[in-house]
Design a protein around this ligand. Structure first.
Ligand code: UD1
Length: 309
């Protein structure tokens, strides 16, 4: 079986991708130090796969540990690089953490891939690279904006690093997936979204409030220029997003794949924060106490994907 290195494989998108890789006949090799995920995500992956996945609990900025991991695993068909910090607010207060972890880990991974003869990489990018697009839905050719946070800048910088390395090394191929807002969980419920501490993202905050773990949800602003005043995002099911990674790997093996290609991964449909809340309470019947609060710094008014490509 072709081994695929999955950095951040115990995280929300990583865990769902491991399961889809296994279903498609690949062997996921997880590298994760569980700094923002839990052991039980790995148990859940194993339960769905029907066998224990290969797991290395190491920091992917640790060159020695990463080299030893590769020596143990042998040939690796491709890598999917999820491991990164992703709290926008924290990145403003502690930018060096983001530059070190998000950019440093990709520099190291690309170096080690070259040493090891691994020639395919799928990178977790984000619609954050668009900032507030002038035209919606946003296409891949929309210009990158000035990053709205150090986190956003790390995604722009990593995309550029992959363009530069693929053009300098004809053997290397990369696919950059610009995620919109992933939500949901595997239908088995063995894996889902389990951030440590207080969630930054909307849907885990919604589910934890409904489950009684949080007192109430705050809607960050209803004075935006949108039909109901709350921000609009493109919410995509995490299993659909996970499958996109498998397709990206397969695409790189196909004839005529360019050396570095970027794809939006969204549904093409925008929904407001209030619509998400109403949809959740409508489906579950669970009470979801919420208050309207001020805008959150750095939020864009509306963003959803053009999915044509
Ligand atoms: C943000 C980043 C995105 C990043 C992602 C990863 C921006 C503009 N976007 O996505 O680049 O990849 O996080 O974590 O920085 N909301 C509430 N109450 C809450 C939480 C969120 O009203 O308690 C609202 C937000 O204002 C936003 C929407 O819900 O309008 C979605 O927020 P969130 O889930 O945090 O995702 P993004 O901000 O879209």
């Amino acid at each position: 079986m072709k081994k695929v290195l999955v950095t951040g494989g115990a995280g929300f998108i990583g865990s769902h991708t491991c399961v889809e890789l296994a279903a498609a006949g690949f062997e996921p090799v997880i590298v994760d130090d569980l700094r923002n995920s839990q052991e039980r995500a790995i148990d859940g992956i194993g339960r769905i796969m029907g066998r224990k996945p290969s797991v290395h609990r190491i920091d992917c900025c640790d060159a020695g540990a990463m080299r030893r991991m590769l020596a143990t695993e042998g040939p690796i068909h491709g890598a999917i690089h999820f491991a990164a910090d992703k709290a926008v607010g924290e990145s403003v207060n502690d930018p060096l953490k983001y530059y070190h972890n998000n950019i440093g880990s990709l520099v190291l991974l690309l170096r080690l891939m070259k040493e090891h003869g691994t020639q395919r990489i799928v990178f977790s990018s984000s619609c954050t690279v668009y900032g507030q697009p002038e035209k919606l839905p946003v296409t891949e050719s929309a210009p990158d904006r000035n990053a709205m946070s150090p986190y956003g800048f790390t995604k722009i910088a990593c995309e550029q690093m992959l363009r530069d390395t693929t053009s300098s090394d004809p053997a290397l191929k990369a696919v950059l997936l610009r995620y919109f807002n992933p939500v949901g969980a595997h239908p088995s419920a063995h894996i889902g979204e389990l951030p440590l501490g207080v969630p930054n993202n909307l849907v885990p905050f919604v589910t934890q409030t409904a489950a009684g773990l949080r007192k109430q949800l705050t809607v960050f602003g209803t004075d935006y220029d949108t039909p109901d005043g709350s921000c609009i995002r493109d919410y995509i099911h995490v299993v659909d997003l996970a499958k996109a990674h498998v397709r990206a790997l397969e695409w790189m093996e196909g004839e005529g794949a360019s050396s570095c290609e970027v794809f939006n991964i969204g549904t093409g449909k925008g929904n407001s924060v209030l619509e998400v809340i109403n949809a959740f309470t409508g489906e579950t019947g669970a009470p979801l106490p919420y208050v309207i609060g001020p805008r959150r710094a750095g939020d864009t008014t509306a963003v959803y994907a053009d999915t044509t490509k």
